[in-house]
Design a protein. Sequence first.
Length: 159
Amino acid sequence: MKITLITVGKVKESYLRDAIAEYSKRLGRYCRLNIVEVQDEKTPEHASEGTERRIKEIEGERIAKHIAPDATVIALAIEGRQLSSEELAAKIADLGVRGVSHIQFVIGGSLGLDPAILRRADFLLSFSRMTFPHQLMRVILLEQIYRAYKINAHEPYHK
């Protein structure tokens, strides 16, 4: 299985980059992982709704260029469905059984995802109704994908 994370912006904090590198290394045993970073747009302080909408459109266009036509797209969105770790593991396993060979997870920028990307997604996944920094979400998502593979392989992993 090929797993691609399409993300907005670069991770600046070294401790987050270290965690991303660690989970990427661990996942190498289970899947082919690729992380695509698209440029983020700077959001002016006190930006209008129209400006924020345009920023999401620009970032959405950049994301769309990397969405593979044959991939199953799972977008992280606060309005998405919350799954337990076991349910995410089952979803990934079920996609594999159905012949899906490429899953693309999409993490938006600080303003979220453009509605066009949300419409393109095959599934909207929410980790919480809370808002998390998008750089931190990369670590959380990678950890949960790793946990899913450990669950599916019936291998022990801390709880």
